[in-house]
Write a protein of this length. Sequence first.
Length: 63
Amino acid sequence: MHFNDIGQQLRAYRMESGLKAEEIAARLGVSRAALYRYEKGEVIKLDTVKRLAELLKISPLTL
């Protein structure tokens, strides 16, 4: 799986969750721009993937 795939999945789950990008970014302690970069396929740390999955109530493996 490529980072682009992870980014697309992340965006889809974020949209489905109803949470705004600003809310997720604030809870992660990153900027909204950083979250958008993850969604566009920028390299993302495993720890961040785990925290995102918790926020979105999904398995990290789903991403």
